[in-house]
Design a protein around this ligand. Structure first.
Ligand code: NAG
Ligand code: NAG
Length: 341
């Protein structure tokens, strides 16, 4: 009995080193004074993340009023690989992580969810600020057979796009390993920013690469400018719906390759960048295969030129202008494309 008591008080002593969150599960509303919300309230972004006790499962439902967006920053790290932090947006998309280093998330109306499930002791804290969504459309653009390539995140904007067969979006982040800057760009499938949220460019890039709207009119809103040079390619969905894309990620002042595999699905290598490049070589690994090179969106009137391996040899090296969209459709088999920038 005595031994048990000593043991129990030892556990208490150890556990009191970290916060618990179970009791703070609940709803968070935007404060009337527009001050940020901190959890725990003693934390701020200039401090290291505080300890969180193990065996915690907590949910915070955060309300985002119409006309506002919420900016969430999180600092924390789980103590084991099976623990997780989750962030769910109002479109029902969920991001699961184990480490957070203050890189912001942005959520439109009307809510988002922060959830954690930690087994071992961890560290965890977050801050939410609510800010007004823009109210003035900066540009309205109709898309048909000519694609548009815009800066995705280096300026704040509120753009309306329309296309009869839906709008196709594909992002080209500046760095493919760390593309969190795409989180500030929010896509609405319809004309209402309070109810038509579809995804952020970040979630689209991470999950499906190409997104095509259901509605003929969409809005893309970048709520905060970053210093990243991410690009967004906008096309008419009817022309690209059946294309299976892999994207070309140029690396300034270097040589790089792209592997394209059309053995199961005919695959298109898609290039859209502000960096001028040169296609230096293509190795088509199946002698029956051809590559079609198309500038812009592949449409019935823009089918490009088809090349066999021997025909390609004659046109290489081929320079590719900055700001021009190139699509390389490999008919079958595999191919390796070599570039320099
Ligand atoms: C954090 O530090 C920055 C720079 O020193 C300061 O401007 C900011 O007010 C601090 N934030 C808080 C919540 O203390
Ligand atoms: C994109 O941003 C760059 C650098 O800030 C600028 O030079 C360029 O003109 C912009 N392009 C478009 C299409 O707005």
């Amino acid at each position: 009995m005595y031994k048990f008591l000593v043991y129990a008080s030892l556990i208490l002593l150890v556990e009191s080193a970290g916060n618990v969150c179970t009791i703070s599960t609940g709803e968070i509303n935007k404060p009337a004074n527009s001050q940020p919300y901190y959890w725990p309230s003693s934390w701020n972004e200039n401090k290291t993340a505080p300890a969180l006790q193990g065996s915690q499962k907590c949910t915070w439902n955060v309300n985002v009023p119409d006309g506002y967006y919420a900016k969430l920053i999180v600092s924390g790290k789980t103590g084991d690989a099976d623990s997780e932090f989750q962030f769910a947006d109002s479109a029902g998309r969920v991001l699961i992580t184990t480490t957070e280093g203050l890189q912001p998330y942005y959520f439109p109306p009307r809510m988002f969810i922060v959830y954690l499930n930690v087994i071992n002791p961890a560290t965890f804290a977050f801050k939410i600020t609510w800010m007004k969504l823009p109210t003035k459309v900066t540009k309205a653009s109709a898309i048909s057979s000519t694609p548009q390539l815009i800066n995705a995140t280096n300026n704040a904007y509120y753009i309306g796009y329309s296309a009869v067969t839906g709008v196709s979006l594909v992002s080209f982040p500046q760095t493919t390993k760390d593309f969190y800057s795409l989180r500030s760009s929010l896509v609405f499938d319809g004309e209402n920013l309070n109810t038509n949220y579809a995804a952020s460019l970040f979630m689209i890039y991470q999950n499906e690469l190409q997104w095509i709207s259901n509605s003929q009119h969409i809005y893309v809103v970048n709520v905060e400018a970053s210093t990243h040079r991410d690009m967004l390619l906008v096309q008419e969905g009817g022309y690209t719906r059946d294309l299976h894309y892999v994207e070309l990620n140029p690396v300034l002042n270097s040589k790089y390759t792209a592997n394209v595999d059309s053995t199961e699905k005919q695959t298109t290598l898609l290039s859209a960048t502000y960096i001028p490049q040169t296609l230096t070589d293509v190795q088509i690994l199946d002698s029956t295969a051809v590559v079609a090179i198309i500038k812009g969106t592949p449409t019935p009137n823009n089918r490009g030129t088809e090349y066999t391996q021997a025909q390609l040899k004659k046109i290489l090296p081929m320079s590719m202008s900055a700001g021009v969209v190139y699509q390389f459709i490999l008919s079958n088999g595999k191919a390796v494309f070599s570039f320099k920038a």
